[in-house]
Design a protein around this ligand. Structure first.
Ligand code: UDP
Length: 325
């Protein structure tokens, strides 16, 4: 199977490229390296380019004869999206439309889209299933939802079949230790906690201790990056077998508070992790937990690394590779 992975040099994309390579796929990665790393692409053909470059996109599709496309290339910081909505709509929406138009022009019919729990906005019920109202509260979530809507119309009009995968909190690293999370700047909880454990940061700041949760800190559903990739693989198989367009929520269905994450990281690393208790970060809902039973039932998806200590242990091994000694 020939697969185009857009954003294959990034965190989740690079893990996906590795998995597709292991499954015998012929992979082409298209990435502008704005946030990815060339050396994270461990197999396949690499094309340096941006979705906004028509000639590059056309050439990639003309030579690639793809069976499917996976799209991981997007800006991911909620706070930044509020300050710079133009950047988010341009990259995450308009450039995604160029990609979809290239698929239509070249008659490639199977699309796997990286969506997000942020499309749901402030949850009205938890755990969050696929039917939960979509009312995003920031430009990041709005853009992802706009693409989901666009995909429904592209299916009706052009027969482009898609699976939207709404990630909860992607975390962890390649169990082989070869790949991991390399965001700069890093804003995610687990890598920051581990940087503090490694002494690369003086402390980790907990954003708010006055939430309506048992210990006052926010609760999130952390899902291992390798389990996310497995869901992409299964979703692509489903489309290739004639499956209809759909969307799935991807998480473990289990919530952990910020304090629980830090305590687990202390146990896994055996290190002290200095903590500063700060104020809330704007836009953070108290509790985001997935109801992922549909993905399990329809895709046969079973998260393998669904234990928080394992997720953190894999991320810790990666962090240690980056901070020798
Ligand atoms: N968080 C925190 N300190 C940090 C980074 C994150 O307390 O330095 C909290 C954040 O408020 C949220 C949770 O950790 O409740 C997960 O945040 P992250 O940015 O990792 O992912 P998000 O839930 O925003 O997608």
């Amino acid at each position: 199977m020939r697969v185009l992975v857009v954003g294959g040099a990034g965190y989740i994309g690079s893990h996906m490229v590795k998995l597709l390579g292991q499954r015998g796929c012929e992979v082409t990665v298209l990435d502008n390296l704005s946030a990815g790393y060339r050396d994270a692409v461990t197999s396949g053909r690499f094309v340096l380019g941006d979705l906004g470059e028509f000639e590059v996109l056309d050439e990639v599709f003309r030579t690639g004869r793809f069976d499917g496309v996976m799209h991981f290339a997007s800006h991911i910081q909620v706070g930044e999206s509020v300050r710079e909505p133009a950047k988010y709509y341009r990259n995450n929406v308009f450039k995604t439309q160029y990609l979809l138009d290239a698929m239509v022009a070249h008659r490639v019919k199977s699309f796997i889209f990286s969506s997000t729990a942020a499309i749901f906005g402030e949850p009205v019920r938890v755990p969050i299933d696929e039917a939960h109202p979509r009312e995003p509260i920031n430009p990041y979530g709005c853009g992802k939802w706009m693409v989901e809507r666009m995909l429904q119309d592209y299916d009706v009009a052009y027969g482009l079949k898609s699976v939207c995968l709404r990630y909860f909190n992607a975390a962890g690293a390649d169990p082989d230790g070869e790949l991991g999370e390399r965001h700069e700047p890093e804003t995610h909880l687990i890598p920051l906690v581990l940087r503090a454990a490694a002494g690369r940061l003086p402390e980790v700041t907990v954003f708010g201790t006055d939430y309506d949760t048992p210990d006052g800190t926010c609760i999130r559903d952390y899902i291992h990056v390798t389990d996310l990739c497995e869901a992409h693989w299964l979703a692509l198989q489903r489309l290739r077998a004639g499956g209809e367009s759909t969307a799935y929520n991807l998480g473990n269905g289990q919530g952990f508070s910020v304090r629980e994450v830090i305590d687990t990281a202390r146990a896994v690393t055996g290190r002290e992790i200095p903590v500063h208790y700060g104020v809330r970060r704007p836009g953070d809902p108290a509790r985001l937990v997935a109801d992922a039973r549909r993905a399990q039932a329809e895709l046969g998806w079973e998260p393998r690394y669904n234990d928080l200590a394992t997720i953190i242990a894999h991320a810790w091994r990666w962090e240690q590779r980056r901070t020798p000694g």
